[in-house]
Each structure stands twice: as C-alpha cells, then as structure tokens.
Design a protein around this ligand. Sequence first.
Ligand code: HEC
Ligand code: HEC
Ligand code: HEC
Ligand code: HEC
Ligand code: HEC
Length: 421
Amino acid sequence: MLLMSIGLYVFYTEIRPTVIFGLREDYAQAIPYQQVPVGLKSLKAEDCGDCHQEIYEEWKTSIHAHAYTDPFFQAYWKKDGNVWVCLNCHTPLENQQPTLIQDVPRGRVEKAFEIPNYRYDQAYQQEGVTCAACHVRDGVILGPYDDSAAPHPTRYDPSFRTTQICYRCHNVVSGPMQFYNVGPCGTYAESEGEFFIKERGFTCQTCHMPEVKRPMANGSPIRYGRRHLWRGGHDPDMIQKAVAVQVQSDPPTPGPGDDVTLTLTLINAGAGHKIPTGDPDRFFSVDFLVKDATGKVVQQQTDTMGRWIMWHPVIWEVYDNRLLPLASRDYTFGYELPRTEKGWSVVARIRYHILTDDQHQMLIDRYGLKSEDPYVFTIYEQEFPLDATLAAALDQPDNHPELGCAVPKRSEGVHLPTGMS
Ligand code: HEC
Ligand code: HEC
Ligand code: HEC
Ligand code: HEC
Ligand code: HEC
C-alpha cells in the first residue's frame, strides 16, 4: 500500500507529462534579449513597416502576428495553467516575456524557477511571432541577401532560403512517457521530404511565402522576395490547395431499386507534408448525405482522417491515418435506391476541422473561448442526382478540380545570392 502510494506520488509529480512535448535545447529557452539595431527607432513590427510597408501589411494578416492573441492559443494556454514554455514559440523573444527562467529542475516545466523580467514589454508580447523573432540577432538584421543597402546593419544568412528557419518552432520532440512518432506541431519532421521537398527542391517558403517581385523597402530596387503570408489551416483557400477530389459511381447511371456505390478519392496533391499537419486536433471529415425529393437527409455516413492521441495518464498515439504528400485514399458509400420514388440525390462533402465539436465546447465552457471563432471549413461540396443523369454530373469539371496546390513554378532570372540557385 505504502509502496503503491509512493509510486503514484512519484508518477504524478515526476513522470506524468504536464505539457504535450519534451524540451529541445533551442526552444527550451527564449531567444535572448535583443537590442534595437543602430539606425532604427524600435524592434516593433509597425516601425519596420515604415519602410517595409507591404511586408508589414502581409505579416499583420498572418497567424504569426496573432500567435499570442489567437483565441485558440489563449484558451489552451489557460487550460495548461499559462505555463511559460508555450511562450518560447508563441512570443519567442525574451523582450516579449514576463518572466525569466532560471532553472528547470529535472526537465519538469511546471517546476521551473522563474523571476520577473524587468525588460518585459507587454505591448511587444501582443506581436506574437514578430519580425525580430526571425530577423534580429545581436543588434543586426539577418536576411536572405548579400548585397542590400539598408539604413540598418544587415547580415546575409543562408538559412532564410532553407527550411532551417522554420525548424525551431515547427518541430517538437517527445518527452518522457510520450509515445508518438512525430511531435504535436511537428510539420517539419513530417515533411520527410518525399516528393515536394526532395525531388522538387521545395522549401516551406515555396508554398507558405509565395514569391513576389517588388522593392523590399520603399524606394529600393526591385528584387525577388517572398510574401509574408503563412496561410495554413485557418484559411479555407489554402486547405483547398492541398486537396484534389474525385467522385465515381457504380453503376454510373443508376435506376430505381439499384444498389449504388459512390467512391470519393481524396488526394494530398498540394502539401509538402501530411494533411492535416501540425496541431494534433486538426482533422478532415468526409460525408455522404442521401437526400430524398424534398431535400430531407435520409442517410448519412461520416469518415474522418487525422490522428488520435490518448493524453492521459501517458501520451500515446493510438493511430494516425493522415495522408502523406501525393498519397490518396478512397472513401466508399453504398445505398439502395427506393423502387418507387424519384428525385433523390447524394451530397459528397469534405470538411476541415480546427478541433472537434466537443473540444470546442469545452474551451468555450471552461477556458473563455468565444463561440464566434470559426473552426470548421467546408473544403468541397457537390450534390449529385441519383438517377440516369449521374454520369454526366460526375463528368463536370467541378468534380475534377485542378490538381491541388498552386505548385508554384520556379522563376527565371531570380536574384539569388551565389550558390543558392
Ligand atoms: C528607415 C527604413 C527602414 C526601416 C525602419 C527598416 N528597414 Fe529593413 N531595410 C531597409 C532598406 C532600404 C533595405 C535594403 C533594400 C535593398 O537593398 O533592396 C532593408 C533591408 C532589410 C532586410 C534584408 C537584409 C538582407 O541583407 O537580406 C531585412 C530582412 C530587413 N530590412 C528587415 C527589417 C526589420 C525586421 C526592420 C524592423 C526591426 C527593418 N528592416 C526596419 C529599410 C528599413
Ligand atoms: C518563432 C517561432 C516560429 C517560427 C520561426 C516559424 N513559425 Fe510558423 N508558427 C509559429 C506558431 C507559434 C504558429 C501558431 C500560431 C497560432 O495558431 O496561434 C505558427 C503557425 C504557422 C502556420 C499555420 C497558419 C495557420 O493558419 O494555421 C504556418 C503555415 C506557418 N507557421 C509556417 C511557417 C513557416 C513556413 C516558417 C519558416 C519560414 C515558420 N512558420 C517559422 C511559430 C513559428
Ligand atoms: C517566421 C519568420 C519570419 C518573420 C516573422 C518575418 N520574416 Fe521576413 N523573411 C523571412 C524569410 C524566410 C525571408 C526570406 C524570403 C526569401 O527567400 O526571399 C524573409 C525576407 C524578408 C525580407 C527581404 C525581402 C524578401 O521579401 O525576401 C525583408 C525586408 C523582411 N523579411 C522583413 C520582415 C519584416 C518587416 C517582418 C515583420 C513585419 C518580417 N520580415 C517577419 C522570415 C520571416
Ligand atoms: C507543396 C506545398 C507545401 C510545402 C512545401 C509545405 N506546405 Fe505546409 N501547407 C501546405 C498546404 C496546401 C497547407 C494547407 C493544408 C492543411 O492545413 O492541412 C499547409 C498547411 C500547413 C500548416 C497548417 C497546419 C494547421 O494546423 O493549421 C503548417 C503549420 C505548415 N503547413 C507548415 C509547413 C512547414 C513548416 C513546411 C516546411 C517543412 C511546409 N509547411 C511545407 C502546403 C505546403
Ligand atoms: C516548439 C514551439 C512551440 C511550443 C513550445 C508551443 N507551441 Fe503551440 N504551436 C506551435 C506551432 C508551430 C503551431 C502551429 C502548428 C499548427 O497550427 O499546426 C502551434 C499551434 C498551437 C495551437 C493552435 C492554434 C490555433 O489557432 O488553432 C495552440 C492552441 C497551441 N499551439 C497552444 C500551445 C500551448 C498551450 C503551448 C504550451 C503548452 C504551446 N502551444 C507550445 C509551436 C509551439
């Protein structure tokens, strides 16, 4: 009995995971305090925007700019007791953090020894993943060029043109008693390269920071640069770029009383990593809804694609049925049509979920999430007649959307630093 109590005590205080990832040296600490580079008035994104106006306007619309104010982050952060370690990616600069971490005994983040940070700038914290998180180190602005003429010190850093720049925050490791293959926001590890990254030489930026030709600062020369947009799971247009869909029917021209089988093929045609990726709450659902002549739904089938992780008492990935780049999956649905009635149809629909309805409700009820924050997006929806005209409907271009992403073309004559073509 005593041994068991001691065992339980040790398990709960020393072994049981309190956050869903382990610590890796780089994100275990904030990015050290940064001074304002000579020639600039502050590190604030808005002030960079005095000269880099378009980039600033783009960044402002991105989730990076909202990585702290994001209502989903705020709700989950509250659920996790506002533990400091989250801030190392969501507000990564020491300048943005209210406390300094002196020590993390035995790697237990909840036991960290914290002291107040007197240089903490609350307004700056609101900027989330701000310009300086990627661009400022040791009072110098790092960037992708080796020939810029700026009113502030600059240094060429080749990692801006590789996936290395995204690695720090888009890859987490597992901790003790955490059994999963790829960490919960581990897009980096999931991209394992395969097609887009290895064969086509894509980086994360190819798809998430589309290339653009423009002056990078007001009045400076025109160059090839990249838009600071980082669209992802909160943008239905971006999700649409990831998937291609095809629907087929057997028989193709069903009549009354027939057994119809529909097959929907979902292809990861445009993401350089698994879909869905990142946050383990994300999933896709595929629905078939049979409607009678009055439009009433008489039968429905729903399948889901994502990963299912058990969070307590240890973290264990039960399964992962997400799609790798260029992989596809068939979803089939069978229905026996009535002999006498006419005018029936079937709706095929694909939706993307930021999180489940239950999780969403839990965050509203207990952690202050507002119900108006959208969390389900319809990515594909088509209604097909269940009669002799079905074959023609299946042949419509809408049923064969152009293959996925915007797989961007490589531009010609790009102004790249030596050795980076
Ligand atoms: C007073 C105007 C001004 C301000 C303010 C300013 N920049 Fe610049 N910046 C420039 C100019 C001009 C260039 C060079 C343009 C060129 O050579 O094409 C430049 C270049 C850069 C580059 C490219 C560096 C390279 O060599 O690859 C980056 C990155 C950059 N700035 C980031 C920032 C950030 C981040 C801030 C805010 C902390 C900022 N800038 C504030 C004017 C400014
Ligand atoms: C300093 C940490 C950090 C770095 C570096 C970073 N990110 Fe992020 N990124 C985040 C965080 C945190 C979020 C999630 C914010 C949220 O949803 O609250 C995020 C979200 C995203 C999203 C999801 C957008 C959405 O709508 O769901 C994309 C796409 C993305 N990042 C791409 C990139 C790419 C590409 C790079 C490299 C050029 C990069 N990030 C570098 C921290 C970072
Ligand atoms: C998540 C990391 C990240 C953040 C945050 C970020 N940038 Fe960048 N920035 C990059 C990357 C990556 C490139 C390289 C794009 C390329 O290959 O040309 C870049 C390029 C630039 C350039 C060079 C011109 C160009 O388009 O390539 C400027 C100027 C710049 N950023 C300014 C800013 C400013 C200003 C902010 C804030 C408003 C900001 N960046 C926020 C990652 C970031
Ligand atoms: C071939 C294009 C392509 C490449 C390369 C690519 N992505 Fe994506 N990414 C997408 C598309 C399309 C989506 C939208 C589908 C989705 O959210 O599942 C997406 C979604 C995301 C999301 C959103 C996940 C969420 O939970 O909302 C993140 C984060 C992300 N990518 C990060 C990265 C990182 C980091 C890399 C580099 C290792 C990368 N991507 C490489 C196309 C790409
Ligand atoms: C290693 C960097 C890192 C750490 C540490 C981190 N995050 Fe994140 N977080 C990310 C990235 C990157 C994303 C975007 C990936 C995606 O959307 O799939 C993200 C996305 C999220 C999202 C989804 C936001 C949305 O809009 O749906 C939530 C919620 C979140 N993080 C909460 C937390 C909490 C709570 C902690 C601390 C327990 C934490 N994060 C620690 C990098 C990190």
